[in-house]
Design a protein around this ligand. Structure first.
Ligand code: F6R
Length: 607
């Protein structure tokens, strides 16, 4: 969704801002803009559409003079994508320029009040309210104005604010929307996402809600809303800069698919010591685990699909009831969560608004929160009792692949860890699980090698109007993810169905030539799934089946994709891979914008 970058230093700000915004393009946007202080004026340039339009308008930033500035990529919520609605927004006199991520929920009443006071609005955005509000409260002290503004607004925000009276500094604040501070040599930055500034610095301050940051070229100070200075620890980001570059690949998505073995290894290996799973970041004691009454897994999209796998795996291994819920539903369903429940929250970005709010609902009811997160210091990580980080590195393609795989790896580790503490598995079983877990990255790498077959199948089926995915248990959980991957990047309608459920209605949609992708990897239910495959074949379906190497599908499916053999519970890590690759090639055949699918954003920081 929207992205923010800000710079103060000795170099021309505009090219640095444009470069930072380019790194944020992956988050999804439909207009962009920059504001730079030029002497005592603020120079604003904005453009609807791709960043390239803004580049052309500003001669790649060279026509914009000044060394202090803020930039923004906007994903429209209040008002259509247009030059006028793009950020930064100026206050009436032009003294303040504001970039904003998030939503100001009480903007209508504030707007009415400001209109009464004589302010004129030019845009339809909630953000313009902020620009005028700064001017309304400003009596010569910017900090004072900032405190008044944040006391007055309701909602979520990350803000970068320029004031032409302070050409050698700018100010920032956040609440429930990501914002980090980058510390350079004689230059400092703000960004909604570390990838925007990774090229310039790895030294970061993470700031908490309502902390106010004053940035100068050679100094950054952080204050609370009582104007007391807060000492922050410098955090060094160890993400590899090349991970945020395409490095010769045509798309980030295929690069990230190929990075999965490495990412899964990085997530698993440091946590296996002397043949035991060691979760240093988890403070749950054996007693705590024994006392868990119920586990909720709460997440959105693909992370929710990991939760569906988690339900099967944790229930099977730990015999604790698990309910997996979509965060946007959970937060409003008055959930029956008690202090004896564990709520597992899964999120790549750590900033998804619905997931964060669902976490707060559970926390307010006394539940213990364990989150599985990829971004260190993100809001979800900060709000959790225990955090297990996935070490996927930056994920740039909107459609998640390596983050999903690392989340799965953490879920397996957690399930085995808890099952061992509960005494549900023998020492021998524990050892075997760990051995299989350690072998997983190699098996994922082997599965990825099958790209040519999947490219061929994509070339055969990219014209389909609708594709069904079926499977049972864990195969069903992976079908959900396969179907989502296909929909989001290739725009082909698709549905995932529990294989046994199809005949209760949906099978009426199967006709001659309908492609059904049938996952039949699990041993226990293999024969049952084969029966379901026969049901669709006899109604004209063409079946592409995903199964393990030890299975023959001759005479059953039209096309068979094999994955290596492993313990059934780890199979989702393998069966998902051909589905990711198939979707990728289908989207490529259709000429879709694979890394930035239409209407989607990488980090969904609004409800
Ligand atoms: C799909 C996808 C989304 C995210 C969802 C949650 O490919 O990436 O469905 O999984 O928006 O995002 P996070 O994990 O950042 O909370």
């Amino acid at each position: 969704m929207c992205g923010i970058v800000g710079y103060i230093g000795n170099k021309p700000a505009a090219p640095i801002l444009l470069d930072g915004l380019e790194k944020l393009e992956y988050r999804g946007y439909d207009s962009s803009g920059i504001a730079v202080i030029n002497g005592h004026d603020i120079d604003v340039s904005k453009a609807k559409g791709r960043l390239q339009v803004l580049r052309e308008k500003t001669n790649n930033g060279k026509d914009v003079i000044g060394t202090t500035g803020i930039g923004h990529t906007r994903w429209a919520t209040h008002g259509e994508p247009s030059d006028v609605n793009a950020h930064p927004h100026l206050s009436q006199s032009g003294r303040f320029a504001v970039v904003h991520n998030g939503i100001i929920e009480n903007y209508i009443s504030l707007r009415e009040k400001l209109i009464e006071k004589g302010f004129e609005f030019v845009s339809e955005t909630d953000t313009e309210v902020l620009a005028h509000l700064f001017e309304y409260y400003y009596k010569g002290d910017i900090m004072d104005a900032m405190i008044k503004v944040i006391n007055r607004v309701e909602g979520s925000y990350a803000l970068g604010v320029l004031c032409s009276d302070y050409p050698d500094s700018f100010i920032a604040v956040r609440k429930a929307s990501p914002l980090i501070i980058g510390l350079g040599n004689d230059e400092n930055f703000i960004a909604s996402d570390v990838t925007a500034i990774l090229k310039h610095t790895r030294n970061i301050y993470y700031i908490e809600d309502e902390e106010i940051v004053v940035l100068k070229r050679d100094e950054v100070k952080v204050y609370n809303s009582d104007r007391e200075e807060i000492k922050k620890d410098v955090f060094t980001v160890d993400w590899d800069i090349s991970a945020a570059e395409k490095g010769g690949y045509e798309h980030f998505m295929i690069k990230e698919i190929e990075e999965q073995p490495k990412a899964v290894r990085a997530t698993i290996s440091p946590r296996i010591k002397d043949g035991k799973i060691v979760l240093d970041d988890v403070k749950l004691t054996r007693e705590d685990i024994k006392n868990i009454n119920k586990i909720y897994i709460v997440a959105c999209g693909s992370a929710y699909h990991v939760g569906v796998v988690g339900k099967y795996v944790i229930e099977k291994m730990c015999r604790i009831p698990v309910e997996t819920q979509i965060a946007s539903e959970f937060r409003y369903c008055d959930p029956i969560v008690t202090p004896r429940d564990l709520v597992i929250v899964i999120s790549q970005s750590g900033e998804t608004a619905d997931t964060l709010e669902a976490l707060k609902v559970a926390k307010n009811r006394g539940a213990r929160i364990l989150s599985i997160v990829n971004v260190v210091g993100s809001a979800i990580a900060n709000a959790s009792d225990d955090v297990i980080y996935t070490w996927a590195g930056p994920e740039i393609a909107v459609a998640t692949t390596k983050a999903y795989s690392t989340q799965l790896a953490v879920v397996y580790m957690l399930a085995i860890y808890m099952a061992e503490r509960l005494g549900n598995i023998t020492g021998g079983q524990y050892k075997k699980y760990i051995k299989d877990l350690e072998a997983l990255p190699e098996l994922i790498a082997e599965t990825i090698k099958n790209k040519d077959q999947l490219a061929y199948l994509a070339s055969r089926f990219y014209n389909c109007k609708s594709i069904f995915f079926i499977g049972r248990n864990l195969d069903y959980a992976v079908s959900l993810e396969g179907s989502l991957k296909l929909k989001e990047i290739s725009y082909i309608h698709s549905e995932a169905y529990a294989a046994g459920e199809l005949k209760h209605g949906t099978i009426s949609l199967i006709e001659d030539g309908t492609l059904v992708i049938a996952l039949a990897s699990g041993n226990e239910l293999f024969d049952k799934t084969v029966s379901n495959i026969k049901e669709v074949v006899s109604r004209g379906a063409v079946v592409m089946s995903v199964t393990t190497k030890e299975r023959s599908m001759t005479g059953i499916a039209d096309h068979v994709i094999h994955v290596p053999v492993t313990n059934d519970i780890f199979l989702p890590s393998l069966t998902v891979v051909p589905l990711q690759i198939f979707s990728y090639y289908v989207a490529a055949e259709k000429g879709c914008d694979i890394d930035k699918p239409r209407n989607l954003a990488k980090s969904v920081t609004v409800e």
